[in-house]
Design a protein around this ligand. Sequence first.
Ligand code: PAF
Length: 283
Amino acid sequence: MEIFEEIEPLRAFLKGKREALKSIGLVPTMGALHDGHLALIRASKAENEVTVSSIYINPTQFNNQADLDKYPRTREADIKLLEAEGCDVLFAPQNAEMYSENQSLTFDFGTLDKVLEGKFRPGHFSGVALVVSKLFNIVQPDMAYFGQKDYQQFQVINRLKEELKFSIQLRSVPIIREKSGLALSSRNQRLSEQDKGNALFLYETLIEAKAQLLNGASFSKVRSEAEARVKKYEGVKLEYFELANKNTLQELGDTRNFKNGILLIAAFVNEVRLIDNMLLEVE
Ligand code: PAF
């Protein structure tokens, strides 16, 4: 695997690949890689001749300094995993390579980034859009791969692509879960075994809610029950649990029309903030 920390040598390398008509897939990550990321690498390898992964903990998308400081950093293990998966290129820049000292650009996605994650993490999606634009511009991939776990992020990046006319096909890869149902996340590394048991609240709530909604219960009732059940999970604090339109992410309230419905949930397990989601997939 070729490793680049600087933009220009990476550009020169990829120019050669493009001239040889090789298609390029990009898998942007913040490291602390797990099987969910490796599924993105596999998806890219299946569709492209060259797979570029990036590892960059992007400071502008963290609205909480402690969260940024505690984000797991496992560079050597990540490199081994990428090599074992056959990733061709790793781009792992430092902050100075990605941002100027007086960086002040921001993005506003209207109603799309004011709800759910955007409501609880102001500025988060502006930072995501900024770094993803930079990565798209540097790598100029044919395709880019993102995990469905960050569902709202994918919708924001899709809007970014449309607005900035990036000629890149975006792929959303399904959530990979532990056997227990817990969605894989780099943040899981910060959970004790006991925390992991309590973190099942998120998945269990989604499963239970989907069954109840399809059985005729209203979302208000389903949400009240979730708010009551959370008390049984030690150290878990529910931040939001919503039924939304899967394209606009606006709340659906007590609708019975679930065709475009998605359930989205966020909760703290002690200090660790986790998210998960589940499409209702009703025809
Ligand atoms: O999903 C992530 O890991 C990050 O938000 C991303 C897309 C790599 C941008 O920093």
